[in-house]
Design a protein. Structure first.
Length: 174
């Protein structure tokens, strides 16, 4: 891959990462609404789970229409990881704005209650449950946004291994 092709790959990955970010923002909004209407939470989760298939289709389109049907495993991996990175970055900005200015603690209170129930069900000592809850409460909106961003990038790295396997192709389209 020459430098011009690499620049082209990164440019298309940024654009597709923005599309993925839109999908994730819709998913996040559905999950937030799902705190009061559980059906919407299910839709949000489904959208998030469909992300790898969306990425697969975008890379496949790039491979077939821009790269004339040829894409190596490594280039597919870089494309996929770049999409995950750019989408994670944009989603983190949206999540920070939401958590800092609009949430009012609703998401954290529901999450805190769920975490408490999980710890109690796991029969953790009360002192450990209290310490975990105190740690949870000390996190700021920026901490949450960065936490979700890092998780998206890590999971994206793992998913990209498999996405790249399915998108690689060594022969030109006819």
């Amino acid at each position: 891959m020459n430098p011009l092709e690499y620049i082209q790959l990164r440019a298309f990955a940024r654009l597709d990462g923005a599309y993925l970010a839109i999908l994730w923002v819709i998913s996040f909004a559905c999950i937030i609404v799902g705190l009061k209407a559980p059906f919407m939470g299910s839709i949000g989760t489904t959208l998030a789970i469909l992300s790898p298939f969306f990425i697969y289709r975008r890379i496949q389109s790039f491979r077939d229409h821009i790269r004339e049907g040829i894409l190596s495993y490594w280039n597919g991996y870089v494309y996929s990881m770049s999409m995950f990175f750019y989408a994670s970055l944009l989603l983190a900005v949206v999540q920070y704005i939401y958590f800092a200015f609009f949430d009012g603690g609703a998401f954290f209170n529901v999450s805190l209650e769920q975490a408490r129930q999980i710890l109690i069900a796991g029969q953790y000592p009360e002192s450990e449950v209290k310490a975990a809850i105190d740690e949870y409460r000390s996190m700021r909106p920026i901490d949450w946004a960065l936490y979700f961003m890092s998780m998206n990038i890590i999971l994206g790295g793992l998913a990209s291994i498999f996405i790249a396997l399915f998108t690689k192709k060594k022969t030109k389209n006819k």
